[in-house]
Design a protein around this ligand. Structure first.
Ligand SMILES: NC(=O)c1ccc[n+]([C@@H]2O[C@H](COP(=O)([O-])OP(=O)(O)OC[C@H]3O[C@@H](n4cnc5c(N)ncnc54)[C@H](O)[C@@H]3O)[C@@H](O)[C@H]2O)c1
Length: 328
């Protein structure tokens, strides 16, 4: 963007879980994040680094006004609805918010010549992959509307490169976990759907057991296997992605995971070890749209982005989340 502030980054969804951790990482790296969030799922008190602008990505006029005032050099786009079950029940909501919202954002950027974009994609774009671990060129067959909304935005970014010279990195996170090690921010969703905070909650409130959805998957203990990646490691990857785009304009995708899978029951056991109290567990049926195994092959991100996760043990992730909860 002509006359842009090279250190200013617009962060949509900056009041959310991964967005807030990324604002901290950006600030530590010398950038000024500007958080833009409608607070539908985020928390204003998580915006501790850089200014906060409350607004919706579907509101093109307001977005344009914020861009004109701050003149960011790049956009990191976290803002989305991100509950698989909700997307199955209300697909239109996901197409509108995640797809139309992203299109509105891209159009607002393009009319102001901002051409650097980092997008929060997801392992949900792969669906039930026949290959494990999953590398970036594995088939993309999402099994729920949430995953389809992410894949459609990736396709939009591909179309926008030749036509509009929009350079982008799509980061396909596997399962974000843990909290800031300095305990300044953590994970706070209402309702909460993520495994570690739910298991910790059932330690604090034994009358609120954690439900394990499906114990008959074709895995060693019958529960789903996921690749948990520490949220501060994810945050660092965004700073690296900005750097990468400078040297390598184009359209890029990277898997972000540790390459190691843990089953739901293994994570619950780790919560028991860290807290000294075994969470109260109840069993429920499988959830529609939940693939049995999702584990990343992170080699491309390791090699090309120069990104290596630092906190790979499930205990470290649980400890950081527990530490933050205790501070609160
Ligand atoms: N958490 C994970 O494990 C995970 C995994 C893969 C991908 N992702 C993706 O990463 C991104 C961030 O995830 P998160 O866990 O931090 O979620 P989050 O819900 O904590 O954060 C999303 C933020 O976006 C905001 N938002 C939603 N719709 C908006 C809109 N129309 N306008 C403005 N703001 C809006 C919400 O208020 C919230 O603060 C999402 O795009 C999500 O799909 C997350």
């Amino acid at each position: 963007m002509a006359g842009s502030n090279s250190k200013t980054i617009l962060v949509t969804g900056g009041a959310g879980y991964i967005g807030a951790h990324t604002c901290k990482a950006l600030s530590s790296a010398g950038f000024e994040p500007v958080s833009y969030d409608n607070l539908s799922r985020g928390n204003a008190d998580a915006v501790l680094w850089g200014p906060f602008e409350q607004g919706d990505i579907l509101d093109r006029e307001h977005l344009g006004d914020v861009i004109d005032r701050y003149r960011p050099a790049a956009v990191i786009h976290f803002a989305a609805l991100a509950y698989v079950s909700e997307s199955v029940a209300s697909p239109g909501k996901y197409w509108h918010n995640n797809v139309t919202g992203s299109l509105t954002l891209v159009e607002a950027m393009r009319s102001r010549n901002i051409n650097q974009f980092v997008f929060s994609s997801s392992c949900a774009v792969y669906g039930e992959s026949p290959f494990q671990p999953i590398c970036e060129d594995a088939p993309k067959r999402p099994v729920n509307p949430y995953g389809r909304s992410k894949l459609v935005v990736e396709r939009l970014l591909q179309d926008c490169h030749p036509a509009l010279k929009l350079n982008s990195v799509s980061l396909r996170y596997f399962n974000a976990a843990g909290a800031d090690l300095e305990r300044e921010i953590g994970e706070k969703h209402e309702p909460e759907t993520h495994l570690i905070p739910l298991a910790l909650n059932s330690v604090i409130n034994p009358d609120q057991p954690i439900t394990v959805f499906g114990a008959d998957y074709p895995t060693a203990d019958g529960t789903c296997i996921r690749d948990f990646v520490h949220v501060s490691d994810l945050a660092d990857a965004h700073v690296k992605a900005l750097d990468y785009l400078h040297g390598k304009p184009g359209v890029h995708q990277f898997n972000l995971g540790t390459g190691q899978g843990f089953s739901v029951l293994q994570v619950i056991e780790a919560v028991g070890q860290v807290t000294g109290v075994q969470p109260n567990v109840k069993h429920g049926p499988r959830r529609p749209g939940d693939p049995p195994v999702l584990v990343a092959d992170p080699v491309k991100a390791n090699q090309e982005l120069d990104w290596k996760p630092r906190y790979c043990k499930i205990q470290e992730m649980v400890e950081s989340a527990w530490g933050w909860l205790n501070r609160r």
